[in-house]
Write a protein of this length. Structure first.
Length: 263
């Protein structure tokens, strides 16, 4: 199955002046089989792009909810080969992004990992713990196999480093809405709006970390973001384990509806 490229999805929705919903879940939580249904539910609810986390034992950017999800996935036997098999079998045409950490990629082999990701239809790669200055080999492999390498920009990122990131990143720019780790919050930080204003780029700007409600998603799009990234709110539904797919689809639909109102 050919999946849309990230640039195609943003181009399509920009043409309609429509904000983008990016949904994150952990692959293999609670099982590889369940993940297929989870992804389908999110797509049915209106997800435009799905981030599939690959679990790592020391996820420095993740809050407690996603940390525990990674532990459940590892305990259920998720590894790189199973991850690729899972992605290959997903019955969705929207873009898929792998979010993981550099240790498992490096251990597996950078080019081998990127080649495998491309073969199963992954369109983008997010690795929060690799600095842009150290990502030369990774960037080269991503370019070779046609995968977008997506970098994070935080409120504390200097203008000089932002320029480097904009030179080397593609797909979209992941703007971290606040300092700290992932997890739901009650409000949208004022630093989010400052960061959206400060970063000038033609790359789509996607805001993540701390967004969990339709109200927050609408506020972020109104502030100038092209996309909203929501993760912990979905992972919490999976953790609770009751009517999971129905609740995931309903939350995705609510978020997308609010994004459309702001677009």
């Amino acid at each position: 199955m050919r999946r849309q490229k990230i640039s195609e999805k943003f181009g399509e929705l920009r043409g309609r002046k429509e904000g983008v919903l990016i949904c994150y879940v952990m692959a293999g939580d609670p099982s590889a089989e369940a993940t297929g249904q989870i992804v389908k539910a999110l797509a049915n609810g209106g997800a435009d792009i799905i981030e599939l986390g690959f679990p790592f034992s020391d996820p420095v950017a993740d809050g407690p909810t996603i940390q525990v999800a990674g532990q459940r996935a590892l305990a259920a036997g998720m590894d790189i080969q199973r991850y690729f098999e899972l992605v290959r079998g997903l019955d969705v045409q929207i873009p898929l992004v792998c979010m993981t950490y550099y240790n498992p990629v490096f251990k597996y082999g950078v080019e081998k990992f990127v080649e495998g990701a491309a073969e199963v239809g992954i369109g983008g790669l997010i690795i929060p713990d690799i600095p842009v200055e150290e990502a030369v080999d990774l960037k080269s492999s991503c370019d070779q196999y046609g995968i977008d390498l997506i970098f994070l920009v935080a409120p504390t990122t200097t203008d000089e480093r932002i320029r480097k990131i904009l030179q080397r990143g593609s797909g979209f720019l992941y703007l971290v809405s606040r300092l700290g780790v992932t997890g739901t919050r009650e409000d949208v930080s004022s630093s989010t709006k400052d960061l959206l204003f400060r970063v000038e780029t033609k790359l789509p700007k996607a805001v993540g970390f701390g967004i969990s409600t339709g109200r927050q998603a609408k506020e972020v799009i109104t502030a100038g973001a092209d996309a909203v990234i929501v993760g912990s709110a979905f992972v919490r539904i999976i953790e609770e384990g009751k009517d999971v797919n129905e609740k995931l689809e309903a939350l995705a639909r609510e978020l997308k509806s609010c994004i459309l109102k702001a677009s």
